[in-house]
Design a protein around this ligand. Structure first.
Ligand SMILES: [Zn+2]
Length: 251
C-alpha cells in the first residue's frame, strides 16, 4: 500500500440520533496518529492554516501583527518566516493532507572541511547554511558552503527494520506515527482517546445513560483535509468535536 499519506482516512461514529450527538468514534491507528499529531503543531502553524479570524482569543491578532509589520522593523525575511511559517510539527509539518510547513531538507557545509584535513576551522565542520554558496562564517576561511548535507528521516532509521521485516502493509504503518496499530481506539466526542480493549461498549453506553439502543446509529465518515482542519479548529474551542464537525445541525 504505497503512498499511505494520500489515503483518505475514515472512522466509525456511534451517533445518538435522538440527542443528535456523537457518543464516540471507533478509530484506527492512523486516525489516532493524526489526532495526536495536532499536539506537535507550532502555534504559528495553527494560526496559518486556520486563518487569523478563525482563532479564539487574541493569538490571531499576534499573527496578523507580524504579517502587517513593515520590513524595516523586521530583522530579516528569515525572522518573519520563522514566525509566520515556523518549521516543525510531526514529519516536517505534514499532517494528514494538511499543507506542509516549508522546511528545508538540505543544508550546506563549508567545502574546506573534510576528515583528515588540518586546515579547517570549527565553523567549517559545524555550521550549516540553507543556501548553497554562502561564505564560510569563519573569517579566516576562504571556503564557501557548498557541501550538501541531508536531513535523514529518523522514522526510517535502522531500528525501524523490525517493522519493515514484517513485510505487510500494516507493518509499514506500524513503524510510523505514535501509537501501535494492533488495536482499535475509542475516541470520545471531547477527544479523550483510549484503546478500545479497555472499554466495554456496554459500560460506555451506560455512562451515556443510553437506554434505547434503537436510537443509536453507526455512521462511517471520511477524514480528509477539510475534516482535519475542522477537527483542529473544533479541538481548540469545543468539547463536542465530532458532533460539531460531522453532524448536521438542526435549527
Ligand atoms: Zn570554512
Amino acid at each position: 500500500m504505497a503512498g499511505a499519506s494520500n489515503t483518505t482516512l475514515s472512522m466509525k461514529l456511534l451517533v445518538d440520533t435522538k440527542a443528535a450527538r456523537v457518543l464516540y468514534a471507533e478509530a484506527s491507528k492512523d486516525v489516532v496518529d493524526f489526532l495526536f499529531s495536532l499536539l506537535t503543531l507550532p502555534v504559528g502553524t495553527v494560526v496559518k492554516i486556520l486563518g487569523n479570524d478563525a482563532m479564539v482569543g487574541s493569538i490571531g491578532n499576534l499573527y496578523g501583527s507580524v504579517e502587517k509589520l513593515d520590513e524595516t522593523y523586521v530583522r530579516s525575511a528569515d525572522a518573519k518566516g520563522a514566525l509566520l511559517a515556523p518549521a516543525g510539527g510531526y514529519d516536517g509539518g505534514k499532517l494528514l493532507q494538511l499543507p506542509e510547513a516549508a522546511q528545508p531538507t538540505e543544508f550546506y557545509r563549508c567545502s574546506a572541511y573534510f576528515v583528515g584535513c588540518s586546515r579547517y576551522y570549527t565553523e567549517c565542520a559545524t555550521d550549516l547554511s540553507k543556501v548553497s554558496g554562502t561564505r564560510c562564517l569563519n573569517n579566516s576561511c576562504s571556503g564557501t558552503m557548498t557541501t550538501k548535507m541531508i536531513i535523514v528521516d529518523s522514522s526510517r532509521a535502522a531500528s525501524g527494520g523490525e517493522a519493515a521485516a514484517a513485510g505487510q502493509s500494516s507493518g509499514h504503518a506500524a513503524g510510523k506515527g505514535f501509537v501501535q496499530g494492533v488495536v482499535t481506539y475509542t475516541v470520545m466526542d471531547d477527544l479523550k482517546v483510549a484503546p478500545m480493549s479497555t472499554i466495554s461498549g456496554i459500560t460506555l453506553l451506560s455512562t451515556f445513560g443510553i437506554t434505547d439502543i434503537g436510537m443509536l446509529q453507526e455512521k462511517t465518515v471520511k477524514l480528509g483535509y477539510e475534516e482535519g482542519l475542522k477537527i483542529l479548529k473544533a479541538s481548540l474551542q469545543s468539547k463536542t468535536v465530532f458532533t460539531d464537525v460531522f453532524l448536521v445541525k438542526k435549527k
